[in-house]
Every structure is written in C-alpha cells, then in structure tokens.
Ligand binder design. Sequence first.
Ligand SMILES: [Zn+2]
Length: 417
Amino acid sequence: MQLKTILNRVQKFKSFVYGNVQWMESHGELALLIEIVARVHSSPICSGCGRRRPGYDSLPPRLFEFVPLWGIAVFFIYAMRRVNCPRCGVKVETVPWADGKHMLTKTYMHFLASWAKRLSWKETAVAFRTTWEKVFHSVEWAVQWGLAHRDLSNVRSIGVDEVLWHRGHKYLTVVYQIDSECRRLLWVGKDRTIKTLLRFFRTFGKERSAQLLFICSDMWKPYLKVIAKKASQAIHVLDRFHIVMHMNKAIDEVRAQETRELKAKGLNPVLTHSRWCLLKRPENLTSKQEVKLIDLLRYNLRAVRSYLLKEDFQFFWEYISPFWAGEFLDLWCRRVMRSRIEPMKKVARMLRSHRELLLNWFRAKKTISGGVVEGFNNRLKLTTRKSYGFRTFRAAEVALYHTLGDLPEPECIHKFC
Ligand SMILES: [Zn+2]
C-alpha cells in the first residue's frame, strides 16, 4: 500500500490530489515530503470572497507541517496559486488544509491542541518533537475557532469571580456559566476593576445580558456595581463559598494576633498548630485535630469564640424561607457586634450591608449551586500551575479557555488522536 492511499483515506481534499512522496532532511532529521497538486481544470478559491476565480500565477512552493507518522515529521509541499478576482483584485487562494499564514496544517494544530488538554504545553512539545510556540499557536487557533463557533444562546446563570495569577501578583476576572445543564468558562479578563467587568458585558451583548436570571458573585464592590447596572433584572446571589472564605480570613487574623499576645505575656501557646482545627469543618478534622479542638474549646479565647460564631452561621444556609433566614442573619450579626472581636465585626458589618443579596440565595436556592464556582476555581489553579509558560496574559487566557471553556471543535473525518 502506498502512503497516498492512506492519505486519501484519512485526509482527502476536494480539488487537490497527492503527488510524489519523498524523503527530505529537516534540522538534521529525516522527514517525509508529500507533494500536493491542484486538480487539472480546477480554479482556485479567492481568500477575499471565498469564490472560485480564474488563476493569475503561482507562488514558490511552501511547506505545511502535518501530523507526524511513526515519529517521522511530515510536510505537505504546495505552490499556492494567486487568483485574479474581479472583486478583490489579485489575491492568494485559500486551501482547505491550512489557515492564512500558518505554517502548520489545521489537522496538525488540532492534533497538538488535543494533546495540550492532556499534557502541559511543554510536555506536548517534547512528546511530538516540536516547540512550545507551535503548541501555543495550535491551542490559540483551536480556541479562536471554538470561541467563534460556540453557542451562547442558552446562558441563564453566571458566576463572576476574581483569581490571582502571575505568581499571585495580579488579578484576573473570570465569568462562568453555572446552569445545571451547561457549566463552562465564558470569559477571562485582566484585573478586577469596573472596566474589566464592563468589558465582559460589552462582548456578551445587551440582548443576552437581559436574558440572565441569576448572577452569583463575591462582595467585591466593582462587580456589584457593574452587575446592578448591566443586568438588574437578574437575581444577584452572593455565594456561600466566598462568605465562608471571609470568615476564615477573619478567624485567621484573630488567631494570629492572639497567638502573638499570648507569647508576649509568656503564656502557654495553646493556639500554635491550631490553624486548621479552626478553619476546617468539624466533620473534616483528623482525630488528632479533633483532640486539639476539644482542648482549645476549654479556653475562652477570642479565636475560639470566633470559631464558634462561624460554626453557628452554618445554620443560616439550612433555611428555606428568606424571611426566617433574614431573622437569623440579624440575630447573628447582633451577637457578633457585641463580641468585641474586631475582624469578626467587620464580617458582620459586611453581611449586614449586603443583606438583600444574601437573602437572594434562598430565592435562587433550587436553581444554582454556589459550589460550581469553587470547583471551577480549583481547576483553574491546576491549569495555571501546570503551565510554567504563563508569563503573558494572552497565554493564560488561551490556556484557560482551552481547558475550561468546553469549546466546540471542528469536525474531522479521521481522528488522529
Ligand atoms: Zn475575491
């Protein structure tokens, strides 16, 4: 069987045929060179308007990298024709195997991009003896295709969140779709300012924004402002995960300060090694941590009282009616305000000023789950950790869409991987 027979089976192009196959040397290694020839009497397609037009001339032959075969690099060689188009003038033709000036064939880019979902970009480059840049361009191409072809008509609930990147120095704003039937990353933007989120709503469009039913977010002010302005019809929910995070931060602060005070007074440092006892849910504690917690509870420490307040607040989420949840919230806040523990009072003040948004959780409870955003953020951290190459925003953006965007892929007759 000839190589041409296999190629015609896995990658056949209308109006083109495979010609000679020969060996060539590329960077000191053997490679296969496969000639592509236009069918006789077929006229080229104008890249400007997409119509068949009379030929003008031919450019010097060009190489296009294809999927490697048995560890051997494979190149197509083809002399691009130029067309004489009455509408666009003299233009280079479009060919079905490549896009614009890309040196990689679409199939090869698709192939690399698929592997880049399973391996890091660097690992993909090493495995297929190519470069990081080529993998990056392939993923970028796949992402652009996916973004252009995705369907956004069914988005009803979104979650907005901020995440750290660039070794924890900078913020990204991420928007997820969190409908139960479709969960994916919709958008990534630099920073976490009013402008950032406004950019999302601009790309998302007025019509789609008007169809949003639920929006879930953190208490970050710029987000609250933009959401109120751009999608006021949607029920805006503050999600549980972020509120627990704020409380844990407060407890951490109280504990650290109190530990310092105890040390200064030369007292027994009961609070050392207690961090996780106070931050974890009781059911998640190890038996050693459980003993430590029971020990801690004997002391009337501010950190311990904060912990008990946080644990008490868990009951809030069990309510069904927004009214009774509201009563509980008010009572809890009053208790905290009397506690004289400043970091916890700060949390209570924050919850009080967002009372209505908090109660929206009960109005939306059956339809959205706050855990989705948390789950996405964990996957996002994994993605950024896996790729050492994220020195630029563009690389981070492309990688996140690629792994979390659930983007559609072009249909191929043959699956190369
Ligand atoms: Zn044209």
